[in-house]
Unconditional design. Structure first.
Length: 116
């Protein structure tokens, strides 16, 4: 016998989605670190965007803990917070480094390039 209906389909979908998000989370962190190592060329500098992203994830998770008292969650929002938080942290870091390198190419000194 096979169970069907909205409840069964919704339960299976939530399980499937949760497994996919777990897989995406596990795969995303190492790939992100490898890309940052290639771009920055140093472990410490590559780790900083991840730390910025993780700090935003912790902040958003804390805010969501308060909001989840009013808006129930099925447990998937934590994965979304992680992926978006890392994307924003890494994206902003790459943007900042690109701007810094552009200013250095133009001929500005290091301190001037950081202020622009």
């Amino acid at each position: 016998t096979v169970n069907t209906g909205n409840a069964t389909i919704n339960s299976d979908f939530q399980t499937w989605l949760g497994e996919d998000l777990n897989h995406a989370t596990v795969v995303t962190l190492p790939i992100t670190l490898i890309i940052l190592l290639i771009v920055f060329g140093a472990w410490i500098v590559a780790g900083l965007p991840l730390l910025v992203g993780l700090a935003s994830v912790f902040s958003a998770t804390g805010l969501w803990a308060v909001a989840s008292q009013v808006f129930p969650d099925q447990g998937l929002i934590s994965h979304v917070i992680l992926l978006i938080g890392l994307a924003v942290g890494v994206g902003y870091s790459l943007f900042s480094v690109r701007r810094f390198r552009e200013e250095r190419t133009v001929g500005h000194q290091r301190l001037e390039a950081t202020h622009i």
